[in-house]
Design a protein around this ligand. Sequence first.
Ligand code: ANZ
Length: 793
Amino acid sequence: MVEFKKIESKWQARWAKNKKLFTDYQKLDNKKYCLTMFCYPSGDKLHIGHWYNYGPVDSFARFLKMSGYNVFQPQGFDAFGLPAENYAIKNGIHPSVSTKSNIDTMRKQLNAIGGLFNWDKEVVTCSKDYYKWTQWLFLKLYENKLAYRKEALVNWDPVDQTVLANEQVLPDGTSERSGAEVIQKPLRQWFFKITDYAEDLLTFDNLNWPSKTIMMQKNWIGKSQGANIVFKIVDSDESLEVFTTRPDTLYGSTYMVISPEHSLVDTLHMNEKSDIYNYCENAKKKSELQRTGLDKDKTGVFSGHYAFNPINKTRIPIWIADYVLITYGTGAIMAVPGHDQRDFEFAIKYKLPIVKVVDMNNVSIKEEAYTDEGVVVNSGFLDGLTTNDAKEKMIKYLEAKNIGKRMTTYRLKDWLISRQRYWGSPIPIVYDPEGNPHPIPEKYLPWELPEDVEYKPKGTSPLGSSEELIKRTEAIFGKGWRPEIDTMDTFVCSSWYYLRYPDASNNDKPFDSKSNDWLPVDYYIGGAEHATMHLLYARFITKALYDMKFVPFKEPFTNLYHQGTITKDGSKMSKSKGNTVSPDEFIEVYGADTFRCYLMFMGPFDEGGDWNDKGIKGIYRFLNKSYNLTLKKSDQAVSNESYYILNLTIKKVTEDLKNMKFNTALSSLMEFVNYFQKNNINDQIKNIFIQLLSPLAPHLSEELWELRGNTESVFLSDWPSYDKSKLVKDTIDIVVQVNGKLRGRIKVSQNASKESMLTLAKDNDNVRIFIENKTIIKEILVPNKLINFVVKD
Ligand code: ANZ
């Protein structure tokens, strides 16, 4: 058995010293920036999920290297964040201390994978020389009016005592972090204006991304097209504007709804009535999901007011109901119960009129609304038009009469980036004695995270307890000035780290134009769970930096891949379920190459698979067999068929690795080994096999390569190419049937003529028995496969 452990440490040490294996930072013509999502240095160490990201991607990077590319494969740590802070609260250890020790452990574990990582460009987001530039980014966004402060109802996690982004609230209304029921709380917060980029973010031109991820981003941005329409309020100078995607149904609007937070509630003194007041107060306590879920019972109160439907001048009542949200559109709707299910349910409950204005084969709207497209009815000048034509015609009409306008809205909201937590990048803002915010001049960056704080959350930010921070602020800006005490969401740190890697130690700039040449990232690989947060934020930041002329590209990641999930007994591994598997014990027994290959063999890379250690022995045997097969020198006579197998394997492995199909690449190599265990092999074939195996089992292959007398690393050798002419077998097997029944097989040469094949078939001893003394009425020939004689007596 091969001594994997010994081989692995030997080669890891040698690789680290061999500059030729790493990136030539000056040479850019054939660069490949190959990036895995960096990891969070938690105390749980590197788990199988990390391995499944970093191991196979290193195989891919090594394959690119051997294919002649100048590969850049950096590593770093997304090191700010709540877990370190919670750990500090519990154990009294400063987050910087625990984070540093976690990083040291994880760095060691990452090295055990045996990856060719560019450690000279490591990025750690909690270090001063990194967060200095995260703060710079904030200042640039602020200068360009893309960072602003406003009072807003925010998602508040009552357990972690912090604000959450919408993306961090799970569909059931609980916190992704603590599991607590998220509540709504008004707070002054900092936002990044990602909504300015809503339209740009919907374009995915020239990006090779999984279509599901693109769909998820599009849905998240949620573009809706329609119209804003103004309704005059009866006996009042006020009017009510609504957003609708169905202006074609205006004739069918029989009532209106405003959200409990709508300004009209105040302006028209509606809340002076106690039932309305109580209703509105109650609604404020509910989360969006509780209010809008389709299965939720609709509630509401009549406002006492009416509006004129602008198209037919009928008086329609205005209701207040919490299924209408203040944060979307105008916070008010024209209700069309015949064609909107929520309105339908509400109308049934409160006995409001339901009118059919869209028809399709006399559809009934007694049981439920008809929400599909159709032909307009009961709608004056629109009658007979299709839904789409009617929309257009109505919008034009409304615009001409000045009672409405074409409108596009997006569900995407601005990115709330302030957190009432300690372990994050301080927001570089100070307040003058009147409370007005001012950006901290760049020369004071990094605006350091103070040390003298009380971490324990008390509903206000821990930074507020630092005397040093106040002293520092007053010393620089003057008496009475106060620091901002919120820190930035860690997603800000990870929204730009890929820009920093190529220039990781630049002290004067976050990155310079030379490092920009390394971008965009050619291959970005990480979990699909980042589809709407990280990947959307990173695209936004890149686009904003492009518009500020800091980077010459608009998209950060050209090719995106999501590795699948490794499950245990069908469920995702997690510490809380107690079903995690540590890679370390397997590496100890079988070695890193076996472990890497086994993970890759479990299933397609983008699907993952269920962890089961039974199969690992099979991979271990395969690598040992590979070693024994190729170790010794031997020059046996080799058949044409063997060359066919060799070239076929080169072709398959090359294509598979190009597409990150590691599992099938391994299968081909296994078939190869099985074949050559039974057939002659020569040194040339052995060398090529080692090269093909090397990205997948790097340590073992490197050892074999050396034992076979090579003096340079196998990863400096050129990836083998295949000989097309060898990919055709000399002879092919053809099946011969008579009246559709198998009667014999013949061997013919590749380019045999039709006639010669038919003659050969008829000459076959067994076939002859069935065609003798019969009339052949048809000869069917499927090239390279079969001949069928149709005969009759
Ligand atoms: C009249 C109508 C008739 C509507 C009809 C739909 C169907 P999407 O596609 O998600 O953008 N709406 C508008 N603002 C709202 C708010 N703040 N809270 C709750 N609902 C709101 O949905 C747009 C539709 O959602 C709008 O079009 C409006 O109802 C409703 F047959 O207007 B519609």
